[in-house]
Design a protein around this ligand. Structure first.
Ligand code: BGC
Length: 745
């Protein structure tokens, strides 16, 4: 392919317009006369969904077999950026071999509500964790020469009415919660493409949102790649191009609108050229790769999928060390639950992969423990009504066994792209089965399979152990057996809070909105940011997960590396009997912020693998970004001077060590005006002394004469208004003070 600028120069207006829309469902437009081939893009994100035949966006049709890695819910729960990168590399290698130019992922939308039907495809309720894992995945895919598509930009946090709904979000909330994962990945890894969301943001389609697509994405963050629409997200081609969207997918047959708009002057041709340039750059990137592609090793990728599934499972409960089970024991094991035989291993919708093979937990348990020891009963059907015969059979199987491993979870009809869930409960029939089994056998291990979280309230104490396996991908069954028998040690940690009740979740009052609007009324208080600020109890906190071993955290040192930066170091020791990994989590609490802030926020983490008895040092840098908040008044990030607590722990609720760090602040002061209140003037490091001096020099009744009650009232009044009440400094003098403050800062 010739150089991009050479090709651009030879394209007609019509050809240029055609290049900003797809050629078909999965391909960019080719213009053979001008020497432009087409390239293929494919879902994503947890494996390739390459549809060699007809395409569809909802995973309804088939696709070529590919390794089905665990989806983001499970990969996220590993808290392991190295592993996320290796998964990216493997998916990149499969895409390269399949001649796919771009894998449509990762999805880094925030889990705002546990009801979002697509939560299985997203990493976390926390933006830092989502950003770090997403960045590692992007780096992995792109290291193979394959492109990525960071999606869904932005504020696509529900499926209800997703093509029309306006997410109404204030700017501070956007900047602090919904944009940082995108920002981090763009700045850190330059993903090849960014995919705009279906929804509107504050009334404007994401596909037509100039602030989102151009001002923030390109001008602030320096994104240099191509913006592609989500499939069918464009409603006005011309408005989308003008806003900064480069490629519409799939094609809508509206190229003439673009041509007309250029003729009429509604769209500047340079804007179109810029979009074409970006599409051509993407095509050229793929064309520069060698035609001969390295073959992939499906066994190695299956093994990696197994490693991820094991590393992402979260051990929620393990009374009296019931787990791990002894693989060499002789006592009978009851394996109960259809999900043991028929795994639920990925979510439904556009991300659905046809796996290269599929491990069922039942087979894997039999392989490890021996056929004769394992007695299976399905107990329930996945989508049918409760069946008394199946329950009776399961109870009899449980009665005969020394230990019961009961597989519970959501059927695939319960959660999917395209609709949201109604509740977070396990199916009632499954819970009734748990009670019936428990009545005859006290040693019950529950293994869960679900993409969005499920409530554990009301039943968790019926189980001696609970292993949350999420959706394990094609090797999830083997990984479960590895964990049950101690071949792998659980090291997954929750990336979302498990609430006591659905009604306790912060978005509960507002989700999913109505009349085509959803108001993000909980603001920045998403997930643990809300629960800890309120001091509310939860079932299991963000960051939580048990292990077969124990860890000790000690020797916290917060070493200052700049006026507003530090490095945290902490010694982790494996104090238990087996090898395992601890996730050291660093939260920052702002002691005296001038604005409301969450109790604390995750600002760094490290996963530390340790042999029994061994110690290691986790070093976690805290850049100035760790301390900042978005000031809507100033329209920028601010780091205030003052003390913050650096809290180090093993979940958002288990803080082991705390050190105080005194920040210098970034010197960004609020503007003072005549309309600033007396309190604001006094609190201002420059304005306070200036005002005090002016008051001391006389002018109006001395504020020192007022009592505390009056002072509280006056504090909230603009300085410029006080003189009318015979207080403060005269109105004319206020303007001079404002000038003086401006000059002195
Ligand atoms: C989904 C995207 C996906 C696209 C292509 C859309 O419906 O929202 O995540 O990449 O379809 O299948």
């Amino acid at each position: 392919m010739d150089a991009v600028e050479t090709i651009l120069g030879r394209l007609t207006l019509e050809q240029k317009a055609s290049l900003t829309s797809g050629g078909d469902f999965w391909h960019t437009q080719a213009v053979p006369e001008a020497g432009v081939p087409s390239v293929m893009v494919t879902d994503g994100p947890h494996g390739l969904r390459k549809q060699s035949d007809a395409g569809d966006a909802m995973g309804l049709g088939g696709s070529d077999p590919a390794t089905c890695f665990p989806p983001a819910v499970t990969l996220g729960s590993t808290w392991d950026v190295g592993l996320a990168r290796r998964v990216g590399e493997a998916i990149g290698a499969e895409a390269l071999a399949a001649h796919v130019a771009v894998v449509l992922g990762p999805g880094v939308n925030i889990k705002r509500s546990p009801l979002c039907g697509r939560n299985f495809e997203y990493f976390s309720e926390d933006p830092l964790l989502s950003g770090r894992l997403g960045a590692a995945w992007v780096a992995g895919v792109q290291s193979r020469g394959v492109g990525t598509s960071l999606k869904h930009y932005a504020a696509n946090n529900q499926e209800t009415d997703r093509l029309r709904v306006s997410a109404d979000v204030d700017e501070r909330t956007l900047r602090e919660v919904y944009l940082p994962a995108f920002e981090h990945i763009v700045r850190q890894e330059q993903p090849t493409t960014v995919m705009c969301a279906y929804n509107k943001l504050n009334g404007t389609h994401a596909s037509e949102h100039h602030w989102l697509l151009t001002q923030v994405l390109r001008q602030e963050w320096g994104f240099a790649g191509m913006v592609v629409s989500d499939w069918g997200a464009v409603s006005n081609r011309v408005a989308a191009l003008a806003a900064g969207l480069d490629l519409e997918m799939p094609p809508s047959g509206t190229d003439q609108q673009v041509v007309d708009a250029v003729h009429s002057g509604d769209l500047r041709e340079e804007v179109l050229d810029e979009a074409v340039r970006r599409v051509l750059t993407l095509v050229a990137r793929e064309q520069s790769l060698p035609e001969e592609r390295p073959a992939v090793d499906p066994d190695a990728h299956h093994a990696l999928a197994r490693e991820v599934a094991a590393a992402g499972a979260v051990l929620l409960r393990n009374e009296a060390g019931l787990l791990p089970l002894d693989p060499d024991g002789t006592e009978a094991l009851a394996v109960i639950g259809e999900l043991a035989r028929t795994p639920r291993y990925q979510g439904a919708g556009s991300s659905q992969v046809v796996p290269t093979r599929l491990d069922a937990a039942l087979d894997a348990v039999r392989a490890l423990a021996g056929d004769e020891r394992v007695h299976f009963a399905p107990g329930y059907t996945l989508d049918g009504p409760a069946d008394a015969t199946l329950v009776d059979e399961a109870v009899e199987t449980a009665r005969e066994a020394s230990t019961v491993v009961l597989f519970l979870g959501l059927p695939s009809s319960a959660e999917s792209e395209g609709f949201d869930r109604q509740d977070i409960a396990l199916p009632a029939g499954q819970l009734a089965l748990l009670r019936a089994v428990r009545a005859v056998n006290e040693r019950v291990v529950v293994v869960l399979a679900n993409g969005g979280l499920v409530s554990v309230s009301g039943w968790e104490d019926q189980a001696e152990a609970v292993l949350e396996g999420w959706l394990g991908g094609q090797a999830g069954g083997s990984a479960t057996a590895d964990l049950l028998f101690g071949r792998a040690n659980p090291s997954g940690r929750l990336t979302e809070t498990i609430p006591l009740r659905l009604e306790d979740t912060p978005s509960w009052l507002f989700f999913p909105g109505g009349e085509q609007h959803v108001r993000y009324g909980e603001g920045i208080y998403v997930g643990y940011r809300y629960h800890h600020t309120l001091g509310d109890p939860v079932a299991h906190p963000f960051g939580f997960g048990l292990s077969y071993t124990t860890f000790d955290l000690a020797d916290l040192v917060v070493h200052r590396t700049g006026p507003n930066a530090a490095e945290v170091s902490v010694t982790v020791t494996n104090t238990g009997p087996v090898a395992g990994s601890e996730v050291v989590q660093v939260y920052v609490h702002d002691r005296a912020a001038s604005v409301d802030r969450p109790e604390h926020e995750l600002k760094g983490f490290a996963k530390v693998p340790l042999e029994p008895g061994a110690s290691g040092t986790a070093r976690i840098p805290l850049a100035p970004e760790a301390f900042r908040f978005w000031s809507p008044g100033r329209g920028r990030w601010v780091v205030e001077a003052g003390e913050v607590e650096v809290r180090v722990g093993t979940s958002s609720a288990d803080i082991h060590l705390v050190e105080v760090l005194d920040l210098e602040g970034d010197g960004v002061l609020p503007e003072l005006a005549a309309s600033s209140t007396l309190d604001e003037w006094f609190a201002h490091p420059v304005g306070g002394p200036v005002l005090r001096q002016a008051l001391a020099e006389g002018g109006g009744r001395d504020l020192g004469e007022v009592d505390a009650h009056e002072r509280a009232i006056l504090g909230a009044m603009p300085l410029g208004k006080l003189s009318a009440f015979g207080l403060g400094v005269p109105r004319a003098a206020v303007d001079a003070l404002v000038e003086q403050v401006r000059a002195e800062r």
